[in-house]
Design a protein around this ligand. Structure first.
Ligand SMILES: NC(=O)C1=CN([C@@H]2O[C@H](COP(=O)(O)OP(=O)(O)OC[C@H]3O[C@@H](n4cnc5c(N)ncnc54)[C@H](O)[C@@H]3O)[C@@H](O)[C@H]2O)C=CC1
Ligand SMILES: O=C(O)C(=O)COP(=O)(O)O
Length: 429
């Protein structure tokens, strides 16, 4: 494939585009074709070194379809030529973890849906080469091996939730696979779970519950601490963090937040003061974690940072286990620097049965339930199904985490066009 910045008369066809206003509702993977730059740009492809001899995937055809519909070309000529509608097969969508019915219904109306919930990593790699899209939650690791095994067929990975730390984004991008998530629908559920853990930790609810079921009646052992008037540091003032802050203020807490990227006016609007990381640690009676897991936040809570906390601090984590050095947390609990922790998430999920952290008497745990309400799961399922179907249709995704599709699609499109037009093709924009 060769690309040049000038057009050539020996090359056909020339795709020109209509003005943006002519079809504003239709976004496309080829939306960059809607170029308002008066200087024409053209990409020239020739078949000389193209490896593409097979017809394009449905995604490419859908993108091309959209491009044709929004162009000034005599569409029928090309539609007849390319037989876009007739050759489009139904995509295969693999759902590897439990997804709400409403989302599955949307997916089924568009493609062939296979729900296989307990695939081993090896079985996933074996299956993936037959799939156009994969939908996961937090339990499926979408590793480089998965993208390698997909052999170019996998076009979209949909994360039915927020955190995308279980998807190798670098590999996805390299393999031309779009990753989309569902960032909105589980925000309130996660915030409510954070508040549930905060309150139950402060009043020893789970320990007291276990003791009474074991035949004990320990009223003095389980005297708790009050929330009102205490300082809560929200670490990560995004969607979940800000909802936790709002609710904590309703409980009479003094709320501060640390987030290097949060706008001060957003915090002010909730009545929250944005502070530095160290200031948050030094001031807080309670710390609630709501940042994503990434290389910057990995084990950001460690021996050094626990040492900066107020003695007797209480920590809630509904973000990701990996933001805490779990061995350091055990040490901090043993020394009393951390009085209690309430954890929904763990570095390894599920954690080992004999995990010192999980078994610690001052630790309350739940099995990654932050997003697990009926309402949130229905919402997330719809949100991710719409995002995945949109991406497969060739539409530009509002929740794309990476954006590898344009070059990849263009390469595939170029190869395919070259197989139809061996003398070469120019896209004039
Ligand atoms: N336990 C569960 O079931 C759930 C867990 N989550 C976790 O919660 C995280 C947050 O979710 P949302 O609030 O929806 O995401 P979000 O993207 O709206 O908020 C994350 C915030 O963290 C901030 N941040 C990034 N690096 C930071 C750092 N080093 N220190 C402090 N703040 C930092 C960002 O600026 C952003 O404002 C997700 O990434 C996910 O891992 C989300 C939903 C459910
Ligand atoms: O949305 C998130 O980031 C979550 O952690 C929710 O995870 P889940 O989809 O319940 O496995």
């Amino acid at each position: 494939m060769a690309a040049s910045s000038s057009s050539s008369s020996s090359i056909k066809p020339i795709f020109t585009t209509r003005s943006k206003s002519s079809n504003s509702s239709k976004s496309s993977l080829l939306s960059f074709l809607h170029n308002t730059n008066p200087k024409p740009i053209s990409l020239k492809f020739s078949s000389h070194n193209s490896n593409y001899t097979t017809p394009p995937s449905f995604t490419i055809r859908n993108s091309l379809q959209t491009a044709l519909e929004t162009s000034e070309l005599p569409v029928s000529k090309f539609q007849d030529d390319l037989n876009l509608q007739a050759v489009t097969p139904k995509p295969t969508i693999l759902v590897s973890e439990k997804l709400g019915e409403a989302g599955l219904a949307i997916l089924r109306s568009f493609g062939n849906v296979e729900c296989l919930y307990d695939l081993s990593p090896e079985a996933l790699c074996e299956k993936i080469s037959q799939c156009d899209a994969l939908i996961v939650r937090s339990g499926t690791k979408v590793t480089r091996s998965v993208f390698e095994a997909a052999n170019g067929k996998l076009k979209v990975v949909g994360r039915a939730g927020v955190g995308i730390d279980n998807v190798d984004l670098q590999a996805a991008t390299e393999f031309g696979c779009l990753v989309v998530n569902a960032p909105i629908a589980n925000t309130v559920a996660a915030a409510e779970h954070g508040i549930a853990l905060l309150a139950s930790m402060a009043r020893n609810v789970s320990q007291a519950d276990a003791s009474i079921k074991a035949g004990k009646w320990l009223r003095s052992k389980y005297v708790g601490v009050s929330l009102v008037g205490k300082t809560l540091a929200v670490m990560g003032f995004g969607k979940v963090g800000s909802e936790v802050a709002r609710r904590a203020k309703g409980l009479g807490m003094n709320v501060i937040a640390h987030d290097p990227y949060a706008p001060a006016d957003k915090a002010r609007a909730v009545g929250v003061e944005l502070v530095s990381f160290d200031q948050a640690l030094a001031t807080a009676d309670f710390i609630s974690l709501h940042m994503p897991l990434n290389p910057t936040t990995s084990k950001i809570f460690n021996d050094e940072t626990f040492a900066k906390m107020k003695k007797g601090v209480r920590i809630v984590n509904v973000a990701r286990g990996g933001v805490i050095d779990e061995e350091a947390l055990v040490r901090a609990l043993d020394s009393g620097v951390v009085a209690q922790a309430a954890l929904d998430v763990f570095t390894e999920e599920p954690p080992a049965k004999d995990s010192k952290l999980v078994q610690h008497e001052n630790v309350t745990v739940t099995p990654h339930l932050g997003a697990s309400t009926k309402e949130a799961q229905e919402g997330v399922a719809i949100e991710i199904a719409e995002a995945v179907v949109g991406a497969l249709r060739g539409e530009l995704s509002a929740t794309a985490i990476n954006a590898p599709m344009v070059p990849s699609e263009l390469r595939s499109l170029a190869g395919w066009l070259c197989s139809w037009y061996p003398e070469g093709v120019a896209l004039s924009l």
